[in-house]
Ligand binder design. Sequence first.
Ligand code: SAM
Length: 205
Amino acid sequence: MVRQQIEARGVSDPAVLEAMRKVPRHIFVSEALRDQAYGDFPLPIGEQQTISQPYIVAEMTQALQLSREDRVLEIGTGSGYQAAVLARIAYRVYTIERIRALYLQVRRLFDELRLFNVVTRYGDGSKGWEEESPFDAIIITAGTPKIPVVLVNQLSVGGRLVAPVGNPHSQDLIKLVKEKTGVRQSNLGGCRFVKLVGEHGWPEP
Ligand code: SAM
């Protein structure tokens, strides 16, 4: 998976490649889908949600430019796979999920895996996690119509944010870097995510 799908497409950060090699993706999908866990595609995780394609996980993680001291906020815990990858690279990961069944399932899994540097929360992540801010990096793993300003406010100066921004059917992966004088933005290319649903995302279905 790492050699053919991730390195071959240009992800080169050694810490990201090592984390992708170490985190067993099959643990984060249902038993029925385990034989497909290392395929080059997203998979369903129940509740009409998905675990992202491995390459996208690697690309977004690399874009966050993480170091060992960094505190990262993830919005959209889903299966917990992206959070587990981040946890191998950063100091601490804060992750928020709005669907209770997924949140409870991931909490159990993280306990089993003894992933003690991941803090989980049930709620609307589009509002961020004010009490724990500022963060060195923020990753939104659901498609949003725009990057919520409230999240940019929770980023430290020098902090990076990556998010799929666009309409419900297609988005661009946007990276922001917060600087003293403003925000620098770049477009990493097209992608397709399920919707960020919440106060600063799409309305409840
Ligand atoms: N990062 C996940 C993983 O590694 O499996 C994949 C995330 S999945 C593509 C998107 C997730 O975002 C879903 O689990 C969905 O319920 C969640 N989500 C959508 N809107 C949210 C919100 N406002 N706050 C928190 N989670 C949200």
